[in-house]
Design a protein around this ligand. Structure first.
Ligand code: FES
Ligand code: FES
Length: 197
C-alpha cells in the first residue's frame, strides 16, 4: 500500500491505496465520487475526465498515486454544493446537450478546460477540443452549441464583475462537507484543509 494525500473538490483526503489503483477507482470506490463515471476503462471515451491541477485528464489513465499532492476537481466540485450551476452545466441543460447523460460529466469537465484555454472557440475548435470525449446519443450538435453558449456567458461575466466558478476548483473555500460524508470507507480519512489528517 502507498499513502496518497490529494485534495478533491476542495477537501483534503489521505489514504493508503494499492499502487495499481486508478484515479477513477480512488474517486469512485474510496471517496464515493460516483459523478465521475467509467465508460470504457481503456482511455477512449472520456467519460471519466476530471481536472488534475487544472488540466483535464482521463482518470482511468492516471494512477491514484500519481495524484499524490495534487488538486483534483470532479463534476461534483465544479459548482458550489447547493449553489448555482457552473455556466457550462447550465448551458448543457438549456441547450439540451445531453440525453442519457452518461458522457456528460466528462464532456463538461473537458469543456471547462477548453473554455479556460480558448474562451471563444468556433464550432470546429469545440469539436476538436472534445474529440477525446464520445457521446452515443446526441450527435454532438447540441453539445457544441452548449459549449459555445457557455463561453459566451462566461466572457460576459468576465467582462463585467460577476464571478464565475473557476474550472479547477482553485480558490474555492474548502469548507464544504464532502458529498459522501458518512459514506466513505473506514480507511479513508478526509479532512478539511488546514486540519490534521
Ligand atoms: S472510462 Fe476513462 S476514457 Fe473511458
Ligand atoms: S448523452 Fe448519452 S452518451 Fe452522451
Amino acid at each position: 500500500m502507498t499513502s496518497v494525500s490529494v485534495k478533491v473538490d476542495g477537501v483534503r483526503y489521505s489514504d493508503d491505496v494499492e499502487p495499481r489503483m486508478l484515479l477513477v477507482q480512488y474517486l469512485r470506490e474510496k471517496l464515493g465520487k460516483v459523478g465521475t463515471v467509467v465508460g470504457c476503462d481503456t482511455s477512449n471515451c472520456g467519460a471519466c475526465t476530471v481536472h488534475l491541477d487544472g488540466t483535464s485528464v482521463k482518470s482511468c489513465a492516471v494512477l491514484a498515486v500519481q495524484a499524490d499532492g495534487a488538486e483534483v476537481t470532479t463534476i461534483e466540485g465544479l459548482s458550489p454544493l447547493g449553489g448555482p450551476l457552473h455556466p457550462v452545466q447550465k448551458a448543457f441543460h438549456e441547450h439540451h446537450g445531453l440525453q442519457c447523460g452518461f458522457c456528460t460529466p466528462g464532456m463538461i469537465m473537458q469543456a471547462t478546460c477548453l473554455l479556460a484555454e480558448n474562451p471563444d472557440p468556433d464550432e470546429q475548435e469545440v469539436r476538436e477540443g472534445l474529440e477525446g470525449n464520445m457521446c452515443r446519443c446526441t450527435g454532438y450538435q447540441n453539445i457544441v452549441a452548449a459549449v459555445r453558449a457557455a463561453g459566451q456567458e462566461m466572457r460576459g461575466a468576465t467582462a463585467g464583475t460577476a464571478a464565475v466558478a473557476p474550472p479547477t476548483g482553485a480558490g474555492r473555500a474548502p469548507d464544504r462537507v464532502p458529498a459522501t460524508a458518512g459514506a466513505a470507507p473506514s480507511d479513508s480519512s478526509e479532512t478539511l484543509e488546514g486540519q490534521r489528517p
